[in-house]
Design a protein around this ligand. Structure first.
Ligand code: SF4
Length: 383
């Protein structure tokens, strides 16, 4: 098995924009959750394994484990160790890319960070989101910009040389000048990977309610697009490769996310986690107590499955792959989907190329710069 996602659904506090499956004030359940998670991982290890990747591009990825959340760094090192030991029965730790999401403001002391490295975690993905303290407060983040910087330096000092930072643009009250200053600052920090996302106002979040009630305003689409362009320009000038719509790196792309973008199979464990082993997609029970109860009763905690058709597989392979700068390779598409790009989408691809939204690349296709800005118009052609 090559790719495994593990969900840790605990946070100190809910951020105002967040609609992830995560819960605050549930610390008392962490120990029981870890026990259940290890039991689910053992069930997955005893079950059928996804077939090896068919395309050369997907086969070239490292095996990966991704501890996401939520806030995985709320776990103790002993709990992390138990989870990784259980995960190792599915994905050998040796040679794997093992990522842990981390939030500044949690116990990111150097000893803890060194402990994570010792356990084999070799990539840290740190959610910083903003370097503007008043904005961080509006977002409900539990850290200041200075604390984020300190956590980043501590992580480097603890031996994490593969470090990614997450930021959001288009934030309440954010100006282009503020964002440009943020870009200057983070380039100076020298992380090897950035994930930069435009704010999405998710219904059912406090931020959505505040914006729709007119109490808080966010930049309009044009202003947000200008921020995206500023990111492309500044990070490009600093030597970062814009390898995916929202991701930049200097030589260390995230192999786990590349597996998603190549529409690979992966297993997932934990409350609310989603897995994909074609033709099935499954999602787990979202609630922590329900999840623990199901696993403790010896059941796989699956809440639902969807059976994908070959047409779904083709559409998803296009929509995910076109997020990559290199686009969708002809060999990859054919190996994953069992038909050539031309057989599946010849007419649509020719039309998108005529409109300047796609361009050919090494037998495959990729988005043009204009296509990147209008990605949704391209993706809808494949649904
Ligand atoms: S720390 Fe992350 S997962 Fe937790 S509430 Fe905030 S955005 Fe959501």
């Amino acid at each position: 098995m090559k790719h495994l996602y593990i969900h840790i659904p605990f946070c100190h506090r809910r951020c105002s924009y967040c609609d992830f499956n995560t819960y605050a004030n549930m610390e008392s359940r962490i120990e029981a959750y870890v026990t259940a998670l290890c039991a689910e991982l053992a069930m997955l290890a005893a079950g059928p394994q996804p077939p090896p990747p068919r395309s050369a591009e997907a086969a070239a990825l490292r095996p990966t484990i991704f501890l996401g959340g939520g806030t995985p760094t709320m776990l103790t090192l002993a709990q992390m160790e138990r989870i990784l030991a259980a995960a190792a029965t599915l994905v050998p730790l040796e040679g794997a890319e093992i990522t842990c999401e981390a939030n500044p403001g949690t116990v990111l002391e150097r000893d803890y960070l060194r402990g994570l490295r010792r356990l084999g975690i070799n990539r840290l993905s740190m959610g910083v989101q903003s370097l503007h303290d008043p904005t961080l407060r509006v977002l409900g983040r539990i850290h200041t910009a200075a604390e984020a910087r300190q956590s980043f330096e501590d992580a480097r000092a603890a031996g994490f040389d593969n470090l990614s930072l997450d930021f959001i643009f288009g934030l309440p009250g954010q100006t282009l000048e503020q964002w440009e200053h943020t870009l200057e600052t983070i380039v100076a920090w020298g992380a090897n990977h950035f994930s930069l996302y435009a704010l999405i106002l998710e219904e059912r979040t406090p931020l959505y309610a505040q914006v729709t009630a007119g109490r808080i305003s966010v930049p309009d689409d044009d202003a947000t697009a200008a921020m995206y362009e500023a990111a492309m320009e500044r990070l490009g000038a600093a030597g970062y490769d814009h390898y995916e719509i929202s991701n930049w790196t200097r030589g260390r792309p995230c192999h786990h996310n590349l597996a998603y973008w190549l529409n690979s199979d992966y297993l997932a464990a934990g409350a609310g986690a989603h897995g994909h082993v074609y033709p099935l997609r499954y999602h787990n029970i979202p609630g922590i107590d329900d999840y623990i109860r199901a696993v403790t009763a010896g059941q796989r905690p699956v809440a639902g499955t969807i059976t994908l058709t070959p047409a779904d597989l083709q559409a998803e392979t296009m929509m995910m792959g076109l997020r990559l700068d290199r686009g969708v390779g002809a060999e990859h598409f054919a190996a994953r989907c069992g038909s050539s790009l031309d057989e599946a989408y010849g007419a649509a691809l020719r039309e998108l190329m005529a409109r300047g939204l796609l361009e050919p690349r090494e037998g495959g296709v990729r988005l043009t710069p204009r296509g990147r800005m209008l990605g949704n118009r391209v993706f809808e052609q494949f649904v």
